[in-house]
Design a protein around this ligand. Structure first.
Ligand SMILES: [Zn+2]
Ligand SMILES: [Zn+2]
Length: 259
C-alpha cells in the first residue's frame, strides 16, 4: 500500500512545484495577438475614440485578382475619417496572399485564414483591423440568400469578394464598388458595436427585434437588408444610393467617442 501513496505524494509535490515556479517567473508572457482575439463589439470605443489609440491600421488581405476596387478603398477611407477620432492617421495597408484553398469557407476556416495570414496587430498607440477579401463564398449561402460579409472578432472582418463580384456580374445595373462599399461599411459598423452588440445601446427603440443586431431604420446602413447579397442588390438597384448611418446609429457611435 505504501508505493502508490508515495507516488501520489510525489505527483502532488511536483504539481505545486510547477505552480510555484510559474509564480516565481513573474508576469506570464504577453500574447502579442491577444488584443485582437476578443469578441465582436468590445473594441468599439478603442476604434472610435483616441483615448488609448490615436492611430489605426487597416490591413486589406486578398489573393491576386480579389483586390477591392480603388473607388471602394477611397470611399472607405472617407467613411473612417468621418467617424473615427484618429488624429495620428488612418493607414491602409495591403497584404497579398496566395489564394486559400478549400472554398466555400465556414467561419472557422475564415478564422484559420486570419491566423495564418494576418500581419498587423494592435501595438502601442495603433489599433489594427484586418479585412479579408475572400476568394471563396460562405458555406451559409443558399439559392435564396448569400452572405456578403461577416464581422467575427473585435477587429476582424471578412468580405466575400467572390460573392460580391458574382452579384455585380449578374446585375449590370449595379456597380461593383457600390456593393463593396456597402459591405465594408456595414461590417465595420458591427465592429463599432452596432446595433446593440454589447447590449449597451443608449436608445430604447433602435435594435430591430425581428433582425437582431441591426437597425430599425430602413434607410440606415445598419438595416438588416444590407447583410444579404440578393436583397442588397435589389435595394441598390431600386434606390441607387449607398445608405449611410441614421441619427440613432451615429448617436451610439458618438456615445463611445466617435465623431
Ligand atoms: Zn449586419
Ligand atoms: Zn441605424
Amino acid at each position: 500500500m505504501k508505493g502508490p501513496w508515495i507516488k501520489l505524494l510525489l505527483v502532488v509535490v511536483a504539481f505545486f512545484a510547477v505552480i510555484s515556479c510559474k509564480k516565481d517567473d513573474g508576469e506570464p508572457p504577453i500574447d502579442p495577438k491577444a488584443e485582437n482575439r476578443k469578441s465582436l463589439g468590445v473594441s468599439a470605443e478603442d476604434l472610435l475614440s483616441e483615448d488609448i489609440y490615436d492611430r489605426i491600421t487597416i490591413e486589406l488581405v486578398y489573393a491576386p485578382s480579389y483586390r477591392p476596387t480603388d473607388i471602394a478603398i477611397n470611399e472607405f477611407r472617407n467613411f473612417l475619417n468621418a467617424r473615427l477620432n484618429k488624429s495620428g492617421g488612418i493607414n491602409i495597408i495591403e497584404t497579398v496572399i496566395e489564394a486559400p484553398s478549400g472554398a466555400p469557407f465556414n467561419i472557422e476556416e475564415i478564422r484559420a485564414i486570419e491566423d495564418e495570414h494576418r500581419v498587423h496587430y494592435t501595438v502601442d498607440n495603433t489599433i489594427a483591423v484586418y479585412i479579408f477579401f475572400s476568394n471563396g463564398v460562405s458555406t451559409n449561402d443558399t439559392n435564396t440568400s448569400v452572405t456578403l460579409g461577416t464581422a467575427y472578432r473585435n477587429t476582424s472582418i471578412v468580405v466575400y469578394e467572390k460573392t460580391v463580384r458574382d452579384i455585380a456580374l449578374n446585375n449590370p445595373n449595379i456597380e461593383l464598388h457600390d456593393l463593396e462599399i456597402n459591405t465594408l461599411e456595414h461590417e465595420f459598423g458591427h465592429i463599432l458595436g452596432l446595433v446593440n452588440i454589447q447590449d449597451d445601446d443608449i436608445h430604447t427603440n433602435h435594435e430591430d427585434a425581428a433582425h437582431l443586431k441591426h437597425c430599425v431604420v430602413e434607410d440606415c446602413l445598419m438595416y438588416f437588408e444590407s447583410t444579404d447579397g440578393l436583397r442588397l442588390a435589389e435595394r441598390l438597384a431600386k434606390r441607387g444610393v449607398i445608405p449611410s448611418f441614421d441619427p440613432l446609429c451615429i448617436a451610439d457611435l458618438q456615445a463611445k467617442g466617435g465623431k
